[in-house]
Design a protein around this ligand. Structure first.
Ligand code: ADP
Ligand code: MG
Length: 255
């Protein structure tokens, strides 16, 4: 089956080859081979402690790895944190949204969003503010720009975090359980904003326990078991007819 949003023939935006990561004695990621093409939406699922966050954090250089190779948009990271220029480039081009929103509490919503483009991209304030206002409106909180994070609901704060990441015009967006810290009634508004982003063609890697959302937006679902990619495929393949015992067992517990 063809992958709808995937631009065929273009070079991969993420390429991991035989990537291994250890925390001391603990072998957290095992021989991870993974290629993500521009426009693709990849959802990563798996039990708690299976290595999902570590994988995502490796992709934007927040974690070192010990063996293998990692390439993001043409920037190659080598084991043990070598190649720092590439690391800076990757951090500039990859946006990330965490479970905890990690907004700057002492800055207004608007200032949270304009900060990185002004500092890192060197945009002047007018340009950064225009972009920020447009993005805040796009995630449905255009009227909240002057408030502080503590004055917003969790769902609104997470949408600020999304706008803040998008303000850097990232080539790739990473999400690590972006709705896990939210009250149930706020999950939908964050998933809606992410769904829209996916439909606009953003390349995304998403760790989530929202299986309905995964089924709907993913071009590919990757199941991680004890640090290994145990199974991957189209959402309907993985959810409706998982082939591996660990996938079957995991899905029977969460679906
Ligand atoms: P997941 O996101 O799938 O729940 P993680 O990637 O957070 O899993 O963790 C994978 C494994 O690595 C777990 O056993 C966890 O305890 C361990 N781990 C995560 N971060 C660290 C760290 N900073 N130091 C040591 N062990 C860690
Ligand atoms: Mg995690």
């Amino acid at each position: 089956m063809t992958q709808d949003r995937q631009a065929s023939g273009s070079p991969p935006i993420v390429h991991l080859s035989k990537l291994n990561k250890h925390y001391g004695e603990l072998h957290v990621l095992k021989d991870i081979d993974l290629t993500v093409t521009p426009g693709e939406v990849v959802v990563i699922i798996g039990a708690s402690g299976s290595g999902k966050s570590t994988l995502i954090r490796c992709v934007n250089g927040l974690e070192e790895f010990q063996q293998g190779e990692l390439e993001v948009d043409g920037n190659t990271l080598l084991p043990n944190g070598k190649a720092t220029k590439a690391l800076q480039k990757i951090r500039t081009e990859v946006g990330m949204v965490f479970q905890q929103f990690n907004l700057f509490p002492h800055l207004s919503v608007l200032d949270n969003v304009v900060l990185a483009p002004m500092k890192v991209r060197g945009w002047d304030r007018d340009r950064a503010e225009a972009t920020a206002q447009r993005l805040l409106a796009r995630v449905g909180i255009g009227d909240q720009a002057g408030k502080y994070p503590s004055q917003l609901s969790g769902g609104q704060q997470q949408r600020v975090a999304l706008a803040r990441a998008l303000a850097m015009e990232p080539r790739l967006m990473l999400f690590d359980e972006p709705t896990s810290a939210l009250d149930p009634e706020m999950i939908g508004e964050v998933l809606d904003a992410m769904r829209e982003l996916a439909n606009e063609g953003m390349t995304m890697m998403i760790v989530t326990h929202e299986m309905g959302f995964a089924r709907e937006v993913a071009d590919r679902v990757i199941f991680i078991d004890k640090g290994r990619i145990a199974e991957q495929g189209r959402p309907e393949q993985i959810f409706d007819s998982p082939q591996q015992a660990p996938t079957q067992s995991f899905l029977s517990r969460v679906l």
